[in-house]
Design a protein around this ligand. Structure first.
Ligand code: DLL
Length: 436
């Protein structure tokens, strides 16, 4: 326990954690009530005032916040601090018209960095490590989050960002990277490339901090074996700050949620009812230390289970399972959040119908997405455009909306199987949630 980054906080008693949460929740509720019209109205609609919230026991009285709220309030509607006190914006991956932006004061960045630093320390990181950050930098939170955490731990930080695998491996061998931070699929790709190049003996990696997308235990084992490291999961979402909302410790049996900053609840996604510990349901977070962009009861759509079983690492903060699925239809393809509705919008704009199917697959370590859509009579009679040209036009339009390449196949009318119930729009062959 020598190198604990914030030991007093991470191993605090349940009573102490509750005390922090009670006090910070009350403060946050007053803060949004006084500084954010959206929240004030929402609370008034529910007949709640800040005086009704005295402790975590009153949390259920507060309204939920959803991704749609964030989209509708884009860009400034959920800001709870004057813009001139904010120093950073980050955004979810994707898309025109559906962007979600999050704002940070310097205080918010400091706390986010702390959360990521805890994750690095839990993976065995110290100031003597070389922390190789291959999450994307920019609007995506992965790069900036782990970068900040690595600085706090005092590691030598390599801000590699994603891509350019040759250069990644060269720096990794030349500079002796010891901790790798990236998506699990990129880690698997890097591992394969390292082995193919015969460089396995030249790397000094000891740990990996992998998240931002679902991955299975088999994938963990495979990466661990190939790279000779211990692979740790890390979870987070842009709306709540980014990576580091929760992270794995040496036990590798779920991720500790930073409960001094976030209150977690599990709800029934259909009724909104709060479920007891151990029940499977949708994870909801209330951020209790953020200034610029605090969220009340934010519905993550991630399906999880919480556990307060004592952990051998000594940390007392509640653990969440890996996400076991989603309560909406969001896909994560090549690390990018994709909603089928975005694809449908493009198809309809291009004169096609909603008879389409999205097939997501993973060839070794690379995700692919194919959209099959039925030809319409109008398209059929348009002798001026070839099928290939139309496919290309839709591919380009999808690329600009999704930010990733999707293969388009225009197929015969009525060739996509009709469903008697809900249409099966998405076939995800990756089975990423299968053994979680
Ligand atoms: O993915 C933040 C992040 C960056 C987390 C780097 C970990 C490492 P978003 O792009 O907003 O933020 O996507 C958030 O990704 O609601 C989950 O569905 C999914 N997700 C994140 N981490 C994990 C994980 C970042 N460890 C959405 N396992 C979340 C499974 C994850 N899914």
């Amino acid at each position: 326990m020598e190198n604990y980054y914030q030991k007093e906080i991470e191993t605090a008693s349940q009573e102490q954690i509750r005390e922090w949460q009670n006090e910070r929740l009350v403060k946050t509720v007053h803060h949004v009530w006084e500084n954010n019209e959206f929240y004030r109205k929402r609370m008034q609609e529910k007949g709640v005032t800040p005086e009704d919230i005295k402790s975590v026991d009153d949390l259920y009285k507060l309204p939920f916040t959803t991704k749609d709220d964030l989209r509708e309030q884009y860009p400034y509607g959920l800001l709870s601090k004057p813009l001139d006190e904010c120093v950073r914006i980050q955004s979810t991956s994707g898309t025109t018209g559906r962007r979600v932006v999050a704002f940070y004061t310097q205080h918010d960045i400091d706390l986010w960095d702390d959360c990521c630093a805890r994750a690095i320390v839990a993976a065995g990181g110290t100031k003597d490590d070389v922390c190789h950050v291959s999450y994307g930098y920019g609007l995506f939170t992965g790069g900036p989050g782990l970068n900040g955490g690595s600085h706090k731990v005092g590691c030598l930080t390599l801000p590699m960002s994603s891509g350019n695998t040759e250069r990644q491996i060269q720096f990794m061998t030349d500079l002796g990277s010891t901790i790798l931070c990236c998506t699990p699929s990129y880690a698997a790709y890097l591992a394969e490339s390292i082995i193919e190049k015969g460089l396995r003996d030249k790397i000094k990696l000891k740990a990996g901090i992998f998240g931002a997308e679902a991955w299975t235990e088999e994938m963990r084992q495979d990466i661990q074996d190939k790279l000779g490291i211990k692979a740790y999961d890390i979870y987070g979402l842009t709306e709540i700050s980014g990576p580091g909302v929760s992270f794995e410790c040496s036990e590798q049996t779920g991720m500790h949620i930073n409960e001094d900053h976030f209150i977690a609840e599990i709800i029934d996604p259909n009724t909104g009812e709060v479920l007891p510990e151990g029940a499977k349901g949708e994870l909801v977070f209330t951020s209790i230390t953020k200034e610029a962009f605090p969220l009340l009861r934010y519905r993550t759509r991630d399906i999880c289970i919480l556990s307060r079983k004592p952990c051998s690492c000594g940390r007392t903060h509640v653990k969440m399972t890996k996400p076991l699925g989603r309560s909406d239809d969001m896909l994560i393809v090549k690390g990018v959040n994709v909603f089928p509705s975005q694809i449908e919008m493009v198809l309809l704009q291009k004169g096609l119908t909603s008879n389409y199917q999205i097939i997501v697959d993973r060839e070794k370590t690379t995700d692919s997405i194919e959209v099959k859509v039925e030809m319409t009579p109008a398209l059929f009679h348009d002798t001026m455009t070839t099928l290939e040209a139309k496919e290309q036009e839709i591919t380009d339009a999808l690329k600009s909306v999704l930010g990733i390449y999707a293969k388009i196949s225009i197929v015969e009318p009525k060739s996509i199987v009709r469903s008697e119930g809900k249409a099966v729009r998405v076939i995800d062959k990756r089975n990423l949630y299968k053994n979680n």
